[in-house]
Ligand binder design. Structure first.
Ligand SMILES: [Zn+2]
Ligand SMILES: [Zn+2]
Length: 154
């Protein structure tokens, strides 16, 4: 059976005071609504959010944005009470991929491993591993640009 917005509504009770959509179906141990779609278990709040706003990146998590008292929290599926939360590390990670062996690959397809690693400390104190080939390429073009500038101003 395909899940439609109409069917989804039958799992929901709208609370008049907070306008929360309380999920009435199964919940996981943490209190989040669970729903089966095509045999796959999904978070009810994600389903509700995607019905309203379209597909979510798989790494994006949803948080309830209202304080306690204005929203019932985990059991609430009102898309208007949810916001996307993407941790900084996820944003950094999205620039690199990992092979099945756990070796990181930069966006240009170089393996970030062994000698091809430069570490960089990010403003938030995290250490990030970058591709040396690509960094050198960047430094080279930057240097060349500087040289050109100097020549132009000389
Ligand atoms: Zn709510
Ligand atoms: Zn690279």
């Amino acid at each position: 059976m395909e899940l439609t917005a109409k069917l989804f509504q039958t799992y929901i009770k709208v609370l008049p005071q907070t306008s929360c959509w309380e999920y009435l179906g199964a919940k996981d141990s943490q209190g989040y609504g669970r729903i089966f779609i095509g045999g796959k278990e999904c978070k009810a709040q994600r389903v509700a959010y995607q019905m309203e706003y379209g597909p979510l990146p798989s790494k994006a998590r949803l948080l309830h944005l209202l304080p306690v008292g204005q929203c019932i929290g985990r059991a609430c599926c009102n898309p208007g009470h949810l916001k996307i939360f993407e941790p900084l590390s996820h944003i950094a990670e999205s620039q690199t991929r990992k092979t099945t062996l756990g070796v990181k690959i930069c966006k240009n397809g170089h393996r970030i491993t062994g000698d091809n690693i430069v570490t960089e400390t990010r403003p938030d104190g995290r250490i990030q591993e970058r591709c040396r080939i690509c960094c050198q390429e960047k430094w080279r073009t930057r240097k060349a640009a500087l040289k050109e500038m100097k020549m132009a101003t000389a």
